[in-house]
Design a protein around this ligand. Structure first.
Ligand SMILES: [Zn+2]
Length: 89
């Protein structure tokens, strides 16, 4: 992850451990998605419970990096407002 935004120069690591709070955003996202996958596989597609869990685990492994990045983006949007007229601090 870059130290500063290439467009506006915003420092991303606002304080040490700032992005640990992104876990509180990624957790409900992942939980909701995993539940949707499990319910779809087990109840809608009638796969076995084991196969449903394996499919959900595969989705979890593949989606962890993008979900982590998305969560960080959501977190920094909660704390920092972007002003397109103010750039290159
Ligand atoms: Zn920026």
């Amino acid at each position: 992850m870059p130290e500063r935004c290439a467009v506006c120069g915003q420092v991303f690591e606002i304080e040490p451990g700032f992005f640990l709070a992104a876990l509180w955003i990624s957790y409900p996202l992942v939980l909701g998605f995993e539940m949707a996958v499990l319910i779809t596989c087990y109840l809608v597609l009638n796969y076995s419970l084991l196969l449903s869990f394996l499919i959900a685990a595969t989705f979890l492994l593949v989606l962890t990096p993008p979900v982590m990045r998305y969560s960080r983006s959501v977190l920094i949007h909660l704390f920092v407002s972007f002003d397109e007229n103010r750039s290159g601090e």
